[in-house]
Write a protein that binds this ligand. Structure first.
Ligand SMILES: [Zn+2]
Length: 191
């Protein structure tokens, strides 16, 4: 089994369950973080046009509030991540803007998802030390997407009533609109 095979996808119902808080950041938690990193990079290596931006622990079927986020979104050769344990958004700021999102647990479907431009986040780092930060733009979007996973929410849940929000990733890397009635609304692989 390769590392990416640990990633669960819709319609797996575990993706719609709330994850529990991490108590002690012990070796078992460190192992899960390593498995998350390995799965994300192995997935990325199998994909032609996509970056493994981030992952939540439930995506490898571990119902714990852990998120990893890529340190550098612009340079694929930087394969390092920052770890956020028990992350919480303490404040939403700025306008709500729509932009494309994908998910390692939803194959080939992208959506135009409304998110706040700016969020304040508190979490523990990989050593269990508290941290606070303000995220803007794409990073703010990533935090909202990943913390949703901890709460059993996937991005398509935010746009399920918007017929124009769903796109498919084509083999050449282009995103093309999907037929809402045919491909989305009644797709048993999604709901
Ligand atoms: Zn996701």
């Amino acid at each position: 089994m390769s590392a990416k095979d640990k990633i669960i996808r819709l319609p797996n119902k575990h993706l719609r369950q709330r994850s529990r808080r991490v108590g002690l950041v012990d070796p078992a938690i460190q192992k899960i973080i390593q498995d998350m990193t390995d799965a994300t990079l192995d997935w990325e290596d199998s994909r032609a046009h996509e970056l493994g931006v981030a992952l939540a622990a439930i995506q490898i079927d571990q119902p714990l509030r852990i998120v990893i986020i890529r340190n550098n979104f612009d340079n694929k050769s930087d394969r390092t991540f920052q770890v956020f344990i028990n992350p919480e958004i303490t404040k939403y700021e700025g306008d709500v803007v729509e932009d494309f999102e994908g998910c390692l647990s939803i194959a080939d479907i992208y959506g135009k998802v409304p998110r706040h431009e700016k969020v304040r986040v508190k979490a523990l780092n990989a050593q269990g030390k508290p941290l606070r930060l303000t995220a803007k733009g794409f990073l703010a979007r990533v935090f909202q997407h990943e913390i949703d996973h901890n709460n059993g929410i996937v991005f398509i849940d935010h746009i399920k009533d918007n017929q124009d929000a769903f796109y498919k990733l084509q083999e050449d890397g282009q995103l093309t609109p999907l037929d809402y009635d045919k491909d989305i609304r009644t797709n048993s692989l999604l709901w």
